[in-house]
Ligand binder design. Structure first.
Ligand code: CP
Length: 332
């Protein structure tokens, strides 16, 4: 089913134009972290902070609005934080949490599904196992589409969550040394965050991974074009004293073609209290979660472990994003 699913079928070259033929303006979507300019991120962060300060001011903001969550891949945080965010804004939620309970199981394409959802919802959040699926959905949609993760490609709302966490906890998004550790090849949260953090002055990246799981060349090329400073190493312990932020990641089992490779690589890095001995006292330890073994449970009680706070920040920044995209839709 996964291999055969056709994002665009039935293929009709005029369908894309038809999707927009009745609207004066195309909607604004969030598909790619390239759209997270420092100005836009700052605007969303300001809104998220206002929501935290006074949630009741926003509790009716999305009354009579419906959000559809289309999750073709498993999720705990992203789906539930979006749903909680929309409910906190006074809106409603519909959707599915697995493709087997949708008509995707009968062969329906993403393009057709999103056209149907346009009749039922005002905004749509989609997670899909294929890279580019969210872009296809946006191309066929008259309502805003938010990419909640497309295969091993991107996860821009996790990036918003990460940026909000960093800005709240480190009080800046510039002049930081950030260590990305683990599966940098398939980790879509890393792809989105490293790109977005390269938009800010003075950031430096230490890419910590085994050879097989290095950051893809095209992302390193983009960093080079932007004159971002980065280096690659396999040695987490050696990198530790330099880091302001350590972004741990899970080895992405679901992206491997070969179970043996996964088993060999899955426990390459396990962060424990001993490895933190030479870390800065104000290090921020982040992880998009879920974790498997890569952070020992003993680290959870360290004040530098921020990954559960990160989850909480995710709800507020997603509220800000929903408000922003719906306000633009209203202006069309
Ligand atoms: N961080 C994240 O995307 O988590 P979920 O897969 O649980 O949504």
């Amino acid at each position: 089913m996964r291999e055969n699913q056709n994002l665009n079928a039935p293929h009709n070259p005029s369908a894309k134009q038809n999707a927009h033929s009745n609207t004066a303006h195309a909607p604004t979507h969030l598909i790619d972290s390239k759209n997270l300019t420092p100005e836009y991120t700052a605007k969303l962060i300001e809104t998220a902070k206002r929501i935290i300060q006074s949630p009741s001011d926003f509790s009716d903001s999305c009354r009579q609005k419906i959000m559809a969550t289309l999750f073709y891949e498993p999720s705990t945080r992203t789906r539930l934080s979006f749903e909680s965010a929309m409910l906190g804004l006074g809106g409603n939620v519909i959707g599915f949490s697995q493709s087997s309970s949708s008509s995707a199981a009968k062969g329906e394409s993403v393009a057709d599904t999103i056209r149907v959802i346009n009749s039922y919802a005002d905004i749509c959040v989609i997670r899909h196992f294929k890279e580019g699926a969210a872009k296809v959905a946006a191309d066929f949609s008259n309502i805003p589409v938010i990419n909640a993760g497309d295969g091993g490609h991107q996860h821009p709302t996790q990036t918003l969550t990460d940026l909000f966490t960093i800005s709240q906890e480190k009080r800046r998004l510039e002049n930081l040394t950030v260590g990305f550790c683990g599966d940098l090849k398939f980790g879509r949260t890393v792809h989105s965050l490293v790109e977005t953090m390269s938009f800010y002055n003075g950031n430096r990246f230490i890419l910590i991974s085994p050879d097989e799981l290095k950051l893809p060349e095209h992302i390193k090329d983009d960093l080079t074009k932007r004159a971002s400073r980065f280096c690659e190493t396999a040695d987490l312990t050696a990198a530790m004293p330099e880091l302001d932020i350590l972004y741990m990641t899970r080895v992405q089992k679901e992206r491997f073609f070969n179970e043996e490779d996964y088993v060999r690589l899955k426990d390459t890095y396990i962060l424990d209290n001993q490895k933190l001995q030479n870390a800065k006292r104000d290090l921020a330890i982040l992880h998009p979660l879920p974790r498997v073994n890569e952070i020992a449970a003993e680290v959870d009680s360290d004040s530098r472990a921020l990954y559960f706070k990160q989850v909480e920040y995710g709800r507020y920044i997603r509220m800000a994003l929903i408000l922003d995209l719906l306000s633009k839709q209203g202006a069309n």
